[in-house]
Design a binder for this molecule. Structure first.
Ligand code: GRF
Length: 212
């Protein structure tokens, strides 16, 4: 069974969704850069080993990333999943986990990389927003996309309401992406493109505001 290490910095609702999903892999550890991350309690409640590598204890990004990699590698992961991990990772760290480091981001990338995605989407007046699971590359929030979910932006949405609508979709697509990775249904090919093995795509359009 493949081994998964999950990196968090905070609340851990995506971690909870991954636990609830019955993944076909073993969650070997949860690693946090903050000792007070609420998600650590979720991991402990499920008897999942936790490791804490406080970024404040390190002089620079490279030394933090080296310590982080050491903590992760102790669990020999096949997949490393960032789930609300709020540190920018160095190129060296990212290439060490090439093809097995993934992230969930609360926007339809490549739109709205970075922070405050929901506020920026509301500010721009977009009618469709969403979330993305992607492979991590050195280019922040720009790696090959595995799966996305789109949600409508409704007229009276606040940042909080929109964030909650997106988050509930994050909790659906992150487990799906990890299931595909664990079962070998997707790989990152030699051109750094996400390749699906034997899968037909079906779907429908989300039109927002809806047609009359
Ligand atoms: C999520 O919105 C995720 O997309 C972003 O950070 C948030 C983490 O939430 N990267 P949680 O800690 O999983 O509840």
């Amino acid at each position: 069974m493949k081994q998964l290490v999950i990196l968090i910095s905070g609340r851990g609702s995506n971690l909870q969704a991954l636990l609830d999903a019955g993944l076909p892999c073993r969650i070997a550890a949860v690693v946090s850069n903050r000792a007070d991350a609420e998600g650590l309690d979720i991991a402990r409640a499920h008897d999942i080993p936790v490791a804490i590598v406080e970024h404040r204890d390190y002089a620079d990004r490279d030394s933090f990333d080296a310590a982080l990699a050491q903590a992760i590698d102790a669990f020999q992961p096949d997949i490393v999943a960032l789930a609300g991990f709020m540190r920018i990772l160095s190129n060296g760290f990212v290439s060490r986990y090439h093809g097995r480091l993934i992230n969930i981001h609360p926007s339809l990338l490549p739109a709205y990389g970075g922070l405050n995605t929901h506020a920026r989407a509301l500010q721009d007046g977009v009618w469709i927003h969403g979330c993305t699971v992607h492979f991590v590359t050195p280019d922040l929030d720009h790696g090959p996309i595995i799966i996305q979910a789109a949600v409508p932006v409704l007229r009276d949405d606040t940042e909080q309401i929109l964030a909650a609508r997106v988050l509930s979709q994050e909790h659906r697509i992150y487990p799906q992406a990890i299931k595909w990775l664990c079962s070998g249904k997707i790989i990152l090919d030699e051109h750094d493109r996400v390749k699906f093995m034997n899968r037909e795509q079906s779907g429908f359009a989300l039109v927002s505001p809806s047609l009359e």
